[in-house]
Design a binder for this molecule. Structure first.
Ligand code: GUN
Length: 289
């Protein structure tokens, strides 16, 4: 079994981006600029945002972090989105999800200018993606594609089983891997909580994408020998032996699956760092427009 080292790969890609940025800066003085809006004090969101800001520094980007208390109203947040849409100096921006319950996430996402939507969450970008038109791809699926490509994992004709149908991972990756493209040309089965005999579906997969948010849900006895297993889950489970009181585990039981799979992503250090790298690539692209 080979571990798919997302952390190492992400460092290589960020280095490549930094070189391009230095070149662009020398040529015309332009520096990509990403803004991020963080509402409230969700510890996981704070940690993701820290990683995104740090990655901007590594890539030579400018970054602006707008932090707001979770008492912010929907109208106030919409005002911030409108400001970012019209601030020329900002190439792209994200509003970190989840938002507090009193704010309609869909309304916020719809208010983002699709040309600055480097998360690829706006329906205009989602629709373009579904039709194979140039668009900002959502960061996690884009990171998975990049990982499959760089590790030269054959996808054409492979049977891919996606577990989870979220708008930001399961549904878009199922569309992207079924496209006539490389990576792509998979036969895709999109499974979810109502799928009958999920274990039987997973057992048929050459490639498993686990994105359901349940710790250690997929075990070695469910996986076909030699399969590629991509673990998108980042779950905090209590662990009194750790200083911070928890540890991160994926949706895949690494211990048992590592004995059966051909390729496997670790958590942490697998898909997570690739997701941030994709956001950087989208921001670089936005700055070139
Ligand atoms: N919350 C979890 N993942 C993401 C992401 O990729 N983008 C945003 N904006 N929020 C998230």
């Amino acid at each position: 079994m080979k571990v798919l080292d997302g952390k190492g790969l992400a460092e290589i890609i960020k280095q490549e981006i930094a070189e391009k940025v230095a070149e662009i800066k020398a040529r015309n003085g332009n520096v990509p600029h990403l803004a991020a809006v963080l509402v409230g004090d969700d510890p996981a969101s704070q940690s993701y945002i820290r990683n995104k800001v740090r990655s901007c520094d590594q890539c030579g980007f400018e970054s602006t972090l707008i932090k707001k208390d979770d008492s912010i109203t929907e109208e106030e947040l919409l005002e911030i989105v409108h400001d970012l849409n019209t601030t020329e100096d900002i190439d792209g921006f994200i509003v970190q999800l989840p938002l507090p319950a009193h704010i309609d996430e869909q309304r916020i996402t719809l208010a983002i200018d699709p040309e600055k939507d480097v998360d690829g969450f706006h329906p205009v970008n989602f629709g373009k993606m579904a039709q194979g038109l140039p668009s900002f791809l959502p960061a996690t699926p884009m990171g998975i594609l990049e990982m499959l490509k760089r590790y030269e994992i054959e996808t054409s004709g492979a049977h891919c089983v996606v577990v989870g149908r979220s708008n930001i991972v399961g549904t878009p990756i199922s569309i992207l891997l079924s496209r006539k493209a490389s990576p792509g040309n998979c036969t895709v089965t999109l499974t979810h909580s109502r799928t009958r005999d999920l274990a039987k579906e997973i057992a048929r997969a050459d490639i498993v994408i686990a994105a359901i948010g349940i710790p250690n849900f997929i075990s070695g006895d469910m996986v076909k020998p030699g399969a590629t297993v991509i673990d998108v889950g980042i779950n905090r489970v209590e662990d009194a032996s750790r200083k911070r009181g928890y540890r991160l585990v994926g949706d895949v039981d690494f211990e048992s699956v590592s004995k059966v799979a051909g390729y496997l992503t670790p958590v942490p250090g697998g898909v997570g760092p690739m997701t941030v790298t994709s956001l950087m690539l989208n921001t670089l692209e936005a700055s070139a427009k």
